[in-house]
Design a protein around this ligand. Structure first.
Ligand code: SF4
Length: 388
């Protein structure tokens, strides 16, 4: 059943979609494509008795394949693409001086909050769709074209850390040519239930790789799952583009950790400075935004995530028992799984992803081009009623 509450960020918009996904998988007419957010791999294992803080990327891919999905893609690919699009947006706003600070747009809880409480600042939001919406749009255009397939036959499923993503996927503006970018969203807990229903022995699954063309990603993409990650990923790319120099130390530690509001000042070799602020939890977002609204301080870039800690502790993630939580901070444990995955990657900057270069050459032309605006960008609306 569907339960719509008066939650202003849509995080409590709870609708179970397991049956819908099974139905699509069993429908021979449909081609069902799944993608998984960065935060899922850092927590799914907990549902199967694997210790908190263990990344289970390869087993998760193997499980999705055994559930019957036709392709298993990674939302991390479009996290890299988001950096290309949002980084370019930041550079053009820094040049024009308009609509600064640029505010991130990948958290639908935060977007809805801004639409209700900061409608005067909607032009500051990045116009980028969130990464899984970008991927849904590309699956039904670029990928469908490559496969010579009717996009109407494709069902796009996203595994996401929160129920706010269910609300987001139903937004009318997140569609193209009458087709919704993302058709169905399952939370991490719902995916775990499907794996259990199918009788899959998760712990003993082999480690498998994502499918291409949306399977390759850099370390910059995986850190989207934790507070400060989008800012860090953007700074890695924007630094190199603006300075024309190779960034040697890629870790921007100032935006890491659990402090409610974090600030980082990035000095570029050309004397330019980028002031960033990172807030997680909506109370902290209010504090950061009020400073901007009152003109107390000037910032260029703001990252907001509605959940304290970021997506690793989103509302759709596994529930860890309270006794364990008394002795351990699961936000830090899951974040450490994410940072370890970033460290393990050969490529750690979004603009170095070869599949990103390829998709611009073959389809999108250039960041912020007309084609990329058609598929990857959106707009926002002032909202008054909490349930809309
Ligand atoms: Fe969802 Fe929370 Fe992540 Fe926002 S921060 S996208 S509400 S899990």
């Amino acid at each position: 059943g569907q339960c719509i509450t008066a939650c202003p960020v849509g995080a409590l918009y709870e609708k179970e979609n397991i049956k819908d996904v099974w139905k699509a998988i069993y429908d021979k007419e449909k081609y069902v494509v799944v993608q998984t957010a960065p935060a899922i791999r850092a927590a799914l294992g907990e549902e199967f008795g694997i210790p908190v803080g263990t990344s289970v990327t390869g087993k998760m891919v193997a499980a999705l394949r055994r559930l019957g999905f036709d392709k298993v893609f990674d939302t991390d690919f479009t996290a890299d693409l988001t950096i290309m699009e949002e980084g370019t947006e930041l550079i053009s706003r820094l040049t024009s001086g308009e609509n600064l600070p640029l505010m991130t747009s990948c958290c639908p809880g935060w977007i809805k909050f801004a639409e209700h409480f900061y409608p005067d600042m909607l032009d500051n939001l990045s116009t980028c769709k969130s990464p899984h919406e970008m991927e849904g749009a590309l699956i039904k255009s670029y990928f469908a074209e490559k496969m010579a397939m009717d996009p109407k036959k494709i069902v796009t499923v996203s595994i996401m850390p929160c129920t706010a993503k269910k609300f987001e996927s139903a937004r009318g503006e997140l569609s193209n040519d009458g087709l919704q970018d993302v058709d169905l969203v399952l939370t991490t807990r719902e995916l775990a239930r499907m794996i259990k229903e199918a009788g899959i022995d998760f712990e003993n699954l082999p480690v498998e790789e994502f499918d291409n063309p949306f399977g390759e990603s850099t370390g910059a993409a995986v850190i989207f799952g934790v507070t400060g990650g989008v800012a860090e990923a953007a700074l890695r790319t924007v630094f190199e583009i603006l300075s024309g120099k190779e960034l040697e130390t890629v870790n921007y530690t100032a935006v890491r950790g659990l402090e409610g509001v974090k600030e980082a000042v990035i000095e570029l070799p050309n004397g330019m400075t980028i002031n960033s602020i990172v807030a997680h939890g909506l109370g902290n977002a209010r504090k950061a935004l009020d400073v901007v609204r009152n003109g107390e301080k000037q910032y260029h870039f703001i990252e907001v995530m509605a959940c304290p800690g970021g997506c690793v502790t989103g509302g759709g993630q596994p529930i860890v028992d309270s006794e364990y939580r008394m002795d351990h901070d699961i936000r830090l444990q899951r974040a450490s799984a994410i940072y370890a995955e970033d460290e393990s990657k050969v490529l750690r900057k979004s603009h170095k992803n070869p599949y990103i270069t390829k998709i611009y050459e073959e389809f999108l032309e250039a960041p912020n081009s007309e084609v990329s605006h058609k598929h990857l960008h959106t707009h926002y609306v002032k909202r008054e009623k909490f349930w809309k």
